[in-house]
Ligand binder design. Structure first.
Ligand code: ADP
Ligand code: ASP
Ligand code: MG
Length: 463
């Protein structure tokens, strides 16, 4: 069971989560994975701006705020004095360590991926002990482990580390199975792991989902439950589309497509570890445990094959359009462009090239835009590329559903609906899997476009 950031964001919520774990652990072996308190990872990322500027006053304020947030939750999450004291001591020493890390980073005045992962680890390392002590408080036998203690070993690609599954499997089985056999609930930090040299790594944003599926695949769990703040995987983000509907069952393939395009901010690789073992995932609402949520399985039951099942989107994207007469009919042009971007560690999210070959359009994350444009200018401008144009505020929208495969007229319905709202489509891509149709619009139009497609396919009526 993995609990997201909202589920551990107050003392009440932590106690509620501890009770959920308690009730299920009576008849099942349960591993609990916890995220950072909602917003904490964003805040830790944000403070790096002050680190770069050497703004010590801001950093001190930040440390006080982090300490207060966690102490406030801890205060009422655990009622037994002795256990509460232990928890507060744990938080205090972590805050001291956070202070040291930030001072070190300020001295250096730069933020590189390895220390950044160390910094980001504090979100999960502060939140998870609160849940662990709350479980102890209500008499659940449990043990606290970081991702590293649990045995998750990754490559050294800080910020987006990948588990080395063979080593991880051996270690996780070795570390967790004895606990489970003794009826102990391991309480593991999500999102963080360590590389082979013992350095802290992070699995990428939303990585606690990934932690849960990695562990599940190692111990061959019966199911993975991702407890969150919405009723399940939905036809669209309920914060944007008021009549969004819960999907009862979706296939691994569909859920992967949805995750790739930002649905529930799920880690895009989170399904990889469990697909081969066929372990089902259930997404459930922590605050409405009576609801069934969404079941993600290999083959959903017949009847759940609507043409389009969900509309998702990714904001904070930018479009780079490169042009040049010498690109026409010159083999290897695209390869050169992608090679340059790849070496600069820029992830290209979407590509389109018209058959006339005089331009290639690419979508990258806004954070990567400067890096991408700089490297293209330095390496290729004036050679294979004549001009580089940038549109820096776009969103990718994707309609997802296995029923799209082989169904005629889906694209015309999608673009017809979007056109009726007078939204301009900037770029289009459809993979040959036909599981999704993705297109790009100006960011200001994205919500309208999502709603238009949601209405067109009557997704609020899906059952
Ligand atoms: P957690 O902390 O539990 O991992 P996240 O904040 O990462 O939760 O993701 C849950 C949020 O994802 C929801 O609150 C919802 O606003 C958003 N979301 C976006 N698209 C979808 C979707 N298709 N279905 C469900 N939730 C979605
Ligand atoms: N705390 C991490 C993040 O915000 C991991 C997670 O929440 O899954 O990305
Ligand atoms: Mg999440």
């Amino acid at each position: 069971m993995k609990f997201g950031g909202t589920s551990v964001a107050s003392a009440e919520k932590v106690k509620h989560v501890a009770n959920i774990i308690k009730s299920y652990s009576k008849e099942n072996s349960v591993v609990a994975v916890a995220s950072a308190v909602k917003g904490m990872t964003d805040d830790l990322l944000q403070i790096t701006e002050s680190v770069k500027k050497g703004n010590k006053a801001e950093i001190e304020k930040f440390i006080d705020k982090v300490a207060k947030t966690h102490m406030d939750i801890a205060k009422d999450a655990v009622s037994k004095k002795r256990i509460n004291d232990e928890l507060r001591n744990t938080i205090s020493s972590l805050i001291k360590e956070l202070e040291d890390v930030l001072s070190g980073m300020v001295l250096l005045g730069e933020v590189t991926p390895k220390p950044l992962d160390y910094l980001l680890s504090f979100g999960e390392r502060l939140a998870t002990p609160i849940l662990y002590y709350a479980l102890k408080d209500i008499g659940v036998k449990s043990e606290y482990l970081t991702g590293k203690d649990a045995g998750i070993v990754t490559d050294s690609n800080h910020g987006e580390a990948k588990p080395l599954m063979d080593t991880t499997k051996l270690k996780v089985v070795h570390n967790l199975e004895p606990l489970l056999k003794d009826g102990i609930v391991p309480v593991v930090t999500g999102f963080i792991a360590s590389d082979q040299n013992g350095n802290i790594t992070t699995l990428g944003r939303g990585g606690s989902d990934y932690t849960a599926t990695i562990i599940a695949s190692c111990i061959r769990a019966d199911e993975v439950w991702l407890w969150t703040d919405v009723d399940g995987l939905m036809t669209a983000d309920p914060k944007m589309v008021k009549n969004a509907n819960v999907l009862k069952e979706v296939s691994y393939a569909e859920a992967m497509e949805m995750a790739l395009f930002g649905a529930k901010y799920m880690h895009p690789r989170a399904l990889e570890p469990i697909v081969d073992n066929g372990i089902p995932i259930r997404i459930r609402n922590t605050f409405k445990p009576e609801k069934n949520g969404t079941l993600i399985v290999k083959n959903p039951k017949a009847g759940s094959h609507q043409i389009v099942k969900a509309v998702s989107m990714i904001r904070s994207a930018a479009l780079i359009d490169v042009r040049g007469g010498s690109m026409v009919g010159a083999p290897g042009t695209a390869a050169k462009i992608f090679d340059v971007l790849g070496k600069s560690k820029v992830n290209i999210m979407m590509i389109s090239q018209s058959p006339s070959e005089s331009s290639i359009s690419m979508i990258v994350r806004k954070n990567d835009l400067d890096k991408a444009v700089n490297s293209l200018e330095l390496n290729l401008l004036g050679k294979v590329i004549k001009t580089i144009n940038v549109t820096d505020n776009v969103a990718i929208i994707a309609a997802v559903g296995s029923g799209m495969r082989g169904t005629k007229g889906v694209a015309s319905r999608i673009f017809g609906a979007v056109a009726k709202q007078a939204v301009n489509v900037i770029m289009i891509a459809q993979g040959s899997s036909e599981l999704n149709l993705a297109f790009v619009v100006n960011d200001k139009d994205c919500e309208e476009a999502v709603r238009a497609i949601h209405d067109e396919f009557e997704l609020s009526k899906i059952s």
